[in-house]
Ligand binder design. Sequence first.
Ligand code: GLC
Length: 426
Amino acid sequence: MDATAADHEARTAEARRILADNSRGDYTVPSPKLYPFQWNWDSAFTALGLAELDTDRAWREIEKLFDAQWPSGMVPHIVFWSDESTYFPGPDVWQTGDRVSMRDAVTTSGISQPPVAATVVRRLAEHDAHRTIALIPKLDAWHRWWHSARDPSGSGVIAVSHPWESGRDNVPDWDAPLAAVDTGGVEAYSRRDLDVVGAEMRPHQREYDRYVALVEFAAATGWDDQAIAQQSPFWVADPATTAILLRAERDLAALMSMAGLDPTEVEVRIARLEQGYEQFWNQEVGAYCSIDLRTGRQAGAATSASFLAPYAGVNAHHERVVAELDEWSAETAFAVPSFDPRRPEFEPNRYWRGPIWLVLNYMIGTGLAEAGDAERAERIRTSTRELVLRSGFAESFNPVAGTAVGGVQFSWTAAVWLAWASRDEV
Ligand code: GLC
């Protein structure tokens, strides 16, 4: 075995170990020190990695997440299955109380995260028709919730009510909308993330205060979807969440057809999102950009969200989208940075303001391959593979230096390695 093959095998063994170590029985924590509970989209991606090792365990990961589904259909972004006190904000801040009707009494956060689960279930479906059929109504209820709660006017773009709901916590898109959030009522608190990761890699304090203020605002409404849609100081249509939902709706429709169910309602929702997606297109920037729905203002810079269009099956501006991707590639040694590396706000070590996140690479690469662009897809996969070989299973990676950024021992990074980046064929 040559050195590269040996390194490759060593990383695969390490990835398996991480998933085993981070497992808490039926769910997996994203990273034991930084994120000690179940996180929504982390679990969905982690299931892709688990499916390479043990399909039953992969199913349980998703099923466990849906055990925490709210009666409204919402699937929370964090499920506090244990009572670790090392994370802020915990259940006492979220105050979601007894809104969850479940077998186990458990507290959760009050917001959701990008809905990748249906897409993952489609990958698992071939292994178990019964489990698929049991999940379909839950996936459907969650998707319906996104439309009714986060796009109540039916405009075809999905809003996020909190930066954390987008999963891309501090992407510069949120700077302007967040500036309007009043932090006057936020009492002193202590951030726990800084105990584990250097402040230079984490969101700024001014952002954190606004994150807390938004949780307190929504908690004060009693987590009332209608009040949140009408009054939340932060209400921004997100091209990533919308693309991921659009993709998930297509996968849900396919699952329904496979199960002999009528997908007509889902197809209506798909058509609405397909039409709505064009609103994100910013001709000047040449990218799909978020829209602050409170002011009508669109973000004036591209993020990696723009490259999710092929993953969503939206190819209206394909040539321009991939030209932008190529321009970015000329700027950094590794792909795909979370934010435009030519912009002054680009920070290669700060979370979603520059670093590469492998789950985004996975979705972007998958979309490009499906759009017939095997070459670009492969380039992204090769970059992903090199990052892991060099720097291991970090939370994210510096696109200029290829170094590890943020927390360590990350489940979804290990999962993307096992399911996609390490493989010869996809
Ligand atoms: C951070 C990320 C988010 C992720 C979570 C757990 O908040 O921004 O996307 O789900 O960590 O890994």
